[in-house]
Design a protein around this ligand. Structure first.
Ligand code: CA2
Length: 143
């Protein structure tokens, strides 16, 4: 069974608790359940994590090597700032899906650049939390 690692960056632990008009009313726990169920239907299993800390995200990305078949990452604000996450993803040899709940390209200019975009095989933005499911479906086809 294919294993997909799902990583979430800073402040996504606040999902459903603040700014529902922007990010929706589902919590990160709800998103994890959504992904677990969608993955099961696709014959995959997931491991789902969130951290507010760049180094923790990098440790997880490094640990994915040899342990997972694909990675989904919503690096949140680190998308736009982290060369260190870019470098960690660059040495990973599994398909990567970049997911954003909103469409950063339609928001402030400082969200338009992504350090992850050039390394991702799948890009999903602006589909709400359903974007995670769409990413799983696209990865299932790639694997
Ligand atoms: O749209 C996305 O998924 C983002 O990755 C979300 C990030 C933002 O910095 C990116 O530009 C786009 C922010 C995550 C903050 O999450 C919150 C969720 C609920 C309430 C407050 C923050």
């Amino acid at each position: 069974m294919k294993k997909v690692f799902i990583l979430n960056g800073p402040n996504l632990n606040m999902l459903g608790l603040r700014e529902p008009e922007l990010y929706g009313s589902q919590t990160l726990k709800d998103v994890e359940k959504l992904c677990t169920d969608a993955a099961a239907k696709l014959g995959m299993i997931i491991e789902f994590h969130q951290s507010n800390h760049e180094g923790q995200l990098i440790d997880w990305i490094q640990g994915a090597h040899g342990n997972f078949d694909a990675l989904i990452i919503n690096a949140a604000a680190y998308t736009h700032t982290s060369l260190a996450i870019h470098d960690a993803l660059k040495i990973l040899d599994i398909p990567i899906a970049e997911v954003h709940i909103t469409d950063p390209k339609k928001r402030e200019e400082f969200r338009h650049f992504s350090y992850i975009e050039p390394l991702a095989n799948v890009h999903i933005s602006g589909q709400g939390v359903q974007g995670y499911v769409l990413a799983l479906e696209k990865l299932a086809k790639l694997l």
